[in-house]
Design a protein around this ligand. Sequence first.
Ligand code: UDP
Length: 327
Amino acid sequence: MANVLVTGGAGYIGSHACKALKSAGFTPVTFDNLCTGWKDAVKFGPFEQGDLLDRARLDGVFAKYSPVAVMHFAALSQVGESMQKPGKYWHNNVTGSLNLIEATIAAGVKQFVFSSTCATYGDQDNVVLDENSLQHPINAYGASKRAIEDMLKDFQASDGLEHVIFRYFNVAGADPDAEVGEFHQPETHLIPLILDAIDEKRDALTIFGTDYDTPDGTCIRDYVHVCDLVDAHVLGVKWLQSNKGSRIFNLGTGSGFSVRDVVNQAHHVTNKPVPIVEGDRRPGDCTKLVSGSTRAEQELGWTPTRSNMKQMILDAWRWHNAEKYSE
Ligand code: UDP
């Protein structure tokens, strides 16, 4: 079976990608420094602990496994933290990715799938966000990801590094078998925080801002199920294997949900009240991020099957109640 090097394979999205790759007949090789990931989440292929900033370690892993492609998930990804500690984001995400890209090219690998974000678009009122939209990130997380996109374009031109860039909207849900799921410490993402509040693991969910220019005053996001998202990544590898060249795809559903919509749906799905507190805006948050593109469906043949809010909360709730990783 062909090896695919998966950086960040011990994290939320990377672990689901490893499961999807294995089901598709690849061997996922996880490279992860475990700064936010979990060793217990590496269930579908070999594990190599290492840091993207350690070039010699990366070269060793390429030599050991001869991967046919790289899927690059490893990154710091909290919007709020990126505003407080931008240096951490630029160093880890951008320098780490440069190291990885150079190691990939040195190993003669030409296929690279990159996990980017709708945060590269920034706040754009009344604009349909498709892959040709201007990119004006308003937080250091989005800016770091845009820089890596630029880097890939340059290395495609200089070294023929063919790449698929996925710009994710908000990823949610969990593996329906609850083998892997979302588990951050501390948790910062909306749906797991709502489930913690429902379960009295925290006092309440704080809604970050109720004075946005949206129908109910709270931010609007486009949520996509993690299993659908990683299916697109497997299609991305196949796209590159069939020599279709470098391409950018949004991964979202085109439907926007406000923070209050998500709270109401969680109440409905779990049949339990959600304690909430109305708080201040979180620096770096965009008012509305909703994908306006169907390119992934049309060109990649991506067909999301679980990305409705009810299913995403149900799957997250099942995972919430399952046994989590201990190391
Ligand atoms: N949010 C919130 N309270 C929280 C965490 C998140 O109101 O405790 C909001 C946040 O402001 C954003 C949405 O929920 O509008 C999604 O945030 P998340 O951190 O899950 O993902 P992001 O959009 O930052 O990638």
